[in-house]
Design a protein around this ligand. Structure first.
Ligand SMILES: Cc1cc2nc3c(=O)[nH]c(=O)nc-3n(C[C@H](O)[C@H](O)[C@H](O)COP(=O)(O)OP(=O)(O)OC[C@H]3O[C@@H](n4cnc5c(N)ncnc54)[C@H](O)[C@@H]3O)c2cc1C
Length: 432
């Protein structure tokens, strides 16, 4: 059952405006007991609830704001199974089998998006498995893409990637800026907010407990497990799952994981509807090869353009203006088109650029650190979180073998992010 509700007042996203259903969930009140309590109502938390229920465990999802308020409701909707590290780099540093496991996990996660859409009938998520295109901004980057394609074929037997010529790139994107590119038929695009809302509605229909406006403000151990305090009630559970990703600093309850995450603001703009435009005609997702990556996609008849957001805790006009300028430089025909939506959110970076699934102790499991690529990975993560809760030891390559490292000098993480971003911009500017 769905009820109309006002959009999140603090996010002016295109997804908010075009969200088609908003299932309602009560605030938690009084005292309750579950097998497992999940902190965070995004893809990770909801996916975890789905797979715990399949194992016959009772679970509650506790969301501080509204379902999808975090990154899951405001991201770019790019469905990808990649990690920030290239699979060839993973193989050379950690071995081919580790790279193969993570590659398989990425493909599984992409397929799983289609499974969720179909299981819960989320047609308005508008999932399009159209693949992705990496757009090379210079010959050095194109060489890198060519090597990656060869390596994927030769070492992992993945033939989904092909190299495109500058002419093919122009036909695909409508831009003459690119010296070539890599087309990957895995993945696609989705309406991320409808996806997370549809997932929550489906779980609710299955009888899974979900509460909004129920921030977990404290967590304490007792003889039988853990007691979570929320703003309206308490939950006793045998185990807890932390699924708060880049929003792990909302309350002290999740402070144990917060110091391992570097929040990085990612911003997006969307144009007014374009009439008769031939840009991005195949409706894929598109990323540039620059280090300070910019990416773009179509959302219906609009064009969305994303990249680094403002440093600090709030949006800034100058960060959005920089995005708009970059968009028009890329697609000069958009010079006279209005930008109607501007929004941002926090991406959770980790020290090793890899997401992590692990245990804090015998009662608390965490899954987080998607480094900006979590639509598919986070929404598939629940099956492995549930396995870990049940006492199994799933093998997700580096996601489970490597420890979640604390960020050194955590108090100065913000100036450090600014410094690294400045260095990357410099390297991009000089074409390295
Ligand atoms: C602007 C932006 C663009 C992105 N684009 C893409 C993309 O195109 N493709 C892609 O694959 N990935 C993208 N990502 C990353 C992706 O959105 C995330 O990796 C993914 O949504 C993480 O899901 P999650 O459930 O782990 O976290 P979230 O969706 O962030 O959910 C965490 C939730 O925890 C809640 N919470 C925090 N503390 C508490 C507490 N104490 N009590 C209760 N609840 C709490 C928060 O309110 C929040 O809703 C993007 C991210 C951003 C920010």
């Amino acid at each position: 059952m769905t009820t109309p509700r006002p959009p999140f007042p603090d996010i002016q996203s295109l997804w908010q405006e075009t969200a088609s259903h908003r299932p309602a969930f009560d605030r938690l009140s009084g005292g309750h007991r579950f097998d497992v309590a999940i902190i965070g109502g995004g893809y990770t938390g909801l996916s975890t609830a789905r797979y715990l229920a399949r194992r016959g465990l009772s679970a509650v999802v506790l969301e501080a704001s509204q379902i999808g308020w975090g990154a899951s409701g405001r991201n770019g909707g790019v469905v990808s199974g990649k990690f920030r590290l290239a699979f060839s780099d993973i193989a050379s540093r950690y071995g081919l089998e580790t790279a193969r496991r993570m590659h398989d996990l990425g493909i599984e996660a992409i397929d799983h998006v289609g499974e969720l859409v179909s299981d819960y009938g989320i047609a308005d998520a508008d999932y399009r498995p159209t693949g992705s295109l990496r757009c090379a901004h210079n010959e050095i980057s194109l060489d890198g893409l060519k090597k990656e394609v060869e390596w994927l074929r030769g070492s992992l037997g993945d033939h989904a990637c092909t190299i495109l010529s500058p002419e093919e790139m122009e036909a695909e994107t409508g831009s003459r800026d690119f010296v070539g590119g890599m087309l990957n038929t895995h993945g696609g695009i989705i309406h991320p907010l409808n996806f997370v809302l549809g997932l929550a509605a489906g779980l609710k229909a299955e009888g899974i407990a979900i509460h909004e406006k129920s921030a977990v403000t404290g967590m304490r151990r007792d003889r039988d497990g853990v007691v979570l305090e929320t703003t309206g009630g308490t939950v006793s559970a045998r185990q807890v799952v932390i699924a708060t990703n880049s929003y792990s600093d909302l309350t002290p309850a999740t402070s144990a994981v917060r110091k391992s995450l570097i929040p990085f603001r990612s911003a997006m703009i969307a144009t007014e509807p374009l009439t008769g435009s031939f840009l991005l005609s195949q409706g894929r997702s598109y990323t540039e090869t620059r280090r300070m990556m910019r990416w773009f996609r179509r959302a219906g008849d609009r064009l969305m353009y994303g990249g680094r957001g403002a440093f600090g805790t709030a949006d800034s006009e100058s960060a959005f203006a920089a995005l708009e300028k970059a968009m028009v430089r890329q697609f000069p025909e958009l010079g006279s088109v209005s930008v109607t939506h501007r929004w941002s959110g926090l991406v959770a970076m980790t020290m090793d650029s890899i997401p992590h699934l692990g245990r804090l102790d015998d009662r608390v499991v965490y899954a987080l650190g998607y480094n900006g690529t979590g639509v598919a990975l986070a929404s598939n993560m629940g099956r492995y979180v549930a396995a870990m809760v049940a006492g199994e030891a799933p093998d997700l390559g580096l996601l489970t073998s490597e420890p979640l490292k604390p960020v050194p000098l955590y108090p100065i993480r913000k100036p450090a992010v600014r410094l690294v971003a400045g260095w990357y911009q410099f390297l991009d500017a000089i074409g390295r």
